[in-house]
Design a protein around this ligand. Sequence first.
Ligand code: CU
Length: 166
Amino acid sequence: MSLKFFAAALAALALFAAPAMAQMTMPASIMLGDLELTNAFTRAMPPNAPAGGGFVTITNHGTTDDRLVSATSNVGGVVEIHEMTMVDNVMQMHSLPDGLVIPAGQTVELKPGGYHIMFIGVDKPFAEGEMVPVTLTFEHAGSVDLMLPVAPLGATSMPAMQMSNG
Ligand SMILES: [Cu+2]
């Protein structure tokens, strides 16, 4: 990924740092083996934005660590698993080529400003109200198809949970 592209992608993610939106409803959850997935969503992308983020909360109810090894989608481009960190007050993000460990008995949140699914070079920007399909594959639990509801631009959570098995 070129530096210019990277910077634009980062700006698209960081541009709207909206305050946390109140969670109005209990999120639906999807079980996949020992894993429970909740609060899955993505966000509307500004016109011509090169990339968007996908988010989900993963709880491992088992006694064995698992690992999110890949995410795929048919929205075009490539999908990566990223982490975002602050380095000298500058937000940076990196792909996690070895995936993201979901430790036994713990919850890992993919959320704005932290771990996220990165949709890079999508065919068209996500629009509020759409559903974005994504398949998550875990080392032990296997694969699950999710439909991510598209929240408003800059939303930090999905106000009305609509996650469903896709
Ligand atoms: Cu990213």
